[in-house]
Design a binder for this molecule. Structure first.
Ligand code: F3S
Length: 63
């Protein structure tokens, strides 16, 4: 499983990092998220899905 953040869509709502702090890091400059590592570790799949569901901008994609 892979997770990505669309930097064009992200508006810095930070909900992804609250849902899955191990999967996303937030920029100290603008609060925008990036995936720590595109590969989702075993056991964090549901966290990744929850983050994608909670993002108001639908900026997170999972494949
Ligand atoms: Fe950005 Fe959505 Fe997270 S807007 S900071 S990817 S909750």
């Amino acid at each position: 499983m892979k997770v990505e953040v669309d930097s064009q869509r992200c508006q810095g709502h930070t909900l992804c990092a609250m849902a899955a702090p191990d999967l996303f890091e937030l920029s100290e400059i603008d609060g925008h998220a990036t995936a720590v590592d595109g590969d989702v570790p075993a056991g964090l799949g549901e966290r990744a899905r929850e983050a994608a569901r909670t993002c108001p901008e639908q900026a997170i994609s999972i494949s």
